[in-house]
Design a protein around this ligand. Structure first.
Ligand SMILES: NC(=O)c1ccc[n+]([C@@H]2O[C@H](COP(=O)([O-])OP(=O)(O)OC[C@H]3O[C@@H](n4cnc5c(N)ncnc54)[C@H](OP(=O)(O)O)[C@@H]3O)[C@@H](O)[C@H]2O)c1
Length: 238
């Protein structure tokens, strides 16, 4: 995809899927503004891409922080929102803190991002949200993660109608090897990856580039709007 001279804002773009989107935007000739909470992680992105990338801290759970981030940003052609958070725990175990963090990041936080990005997205452009398969294929023991991911689907489709002619799409990622899973000890993470690879018809888990290449495709194709697109190696149909 050719992004020469295009500006893409990537929230949650310092590691994992968002980092791969940032790398692909730069490789396609674009420029990126990357936001996340940790300045240290952001500095690594800048070290790799120099002045092709602007960085700024933002916490999507804090509306003032999101407002400040976009007030300081330049006008953009596309917005990608992928801050990660996972509420672990069954209905009897999941804590209030984990629920607030998960919904605050993945639902309310994405809404703040879209709201405050609007003055920066004057043209037709696009907004891409990232959800996960847990919202679209029932999984026992993950009620809040499932609710958050399903909610992103509804959020994206509603916004696509409200914000036309800007396009809004949702990518539903399968299990992808990113720092999102670092909270699991090594053997448990490997078990999860092995189980997910065995379940997926393609026989492997995803890499961040599997998702980022689809994000760039959705940016480029102006006939894709209001779509909820699985990129999961077939996990949802298995
Ligand atoms: N990896 C998977 O298997 C998988 C599967 C399905 C869906 N997803 C979804 O894909 C998205 C990206 O996940 P990932 O796997 O790429 O995770 P990741 O590697 O942990 O990256 C998350 C990114 O979001 C930033 N972030 C987290 N909380 C934030 C906040 N409150 N405000 C601003 N930035 C925040 C992180 O940087 P800071 O720590 O510096 O804030 C980082 O840049 C998430 O929504 C995740 O749920 C992932």
């Amino acid at each position: 995809m050719e992004l020469q001279g295009r500006h893409v804002i990537v929230i949650g773009g310092s590691t994992g899927i968002g980092r791969a989107v940032t790398d692909d935007v730069i490789a396609a000739g674009g420029i990126a503004t990357v936001g996340s909470r940790s300045r240290e992680k952001l500095e690594k992105v800048r070290a790799d891409h120099g002045d092709r990338v602007k960085i700024n801290t933002v916490d999507v759970t804090d509306e003032d922080s999101v407002r400040d981030f976009f007030a300081a940003a330049d006008d953009a052609d596309h917005l990608v929102i992928c801050p990660g958070d996972m509420a672990v725990g069954s209905v009897t175990e999941v804590t209030r803190e984990a629920i607030d963090a998960s919904l605050g990041t993945k639902i309310v936080g994405q809404l703040w991002c879209v709201r405050h990005a609007l003055p920066r997205l004057a043209g037709p452009g696009s907004i891409t949200l990232i959800a996960g398969g847990a919202g679209f294929r029932a999984m026992a023991g993950m009620p809040i993660t499932s609710a958050a991911n399903a909610g992103i689907g509804g959020l994206g489709q509603s916004l696509a109608l409200e914000l036309k002619p800007r396009r809004v799409n949702v990518i539903v990622a399968g299990v992808v090897d990113t720092p999102l899973w670092d909270f699991l000890p090594d053997p448990a993470r490997q078990d999860l990856y092995t189980g997910a690879a065995a379940q997926a018809p393609v026989g492997r888990i995803g890499q961040p580039s599997d998702i980022s290449s689809t994000v760039l495709h959705v940016m480029a194709n102006d006939f894709i709007d209001g779509a909820v697109i699985p990129v999961d190696g077939g996990a949802l149909i298995s």
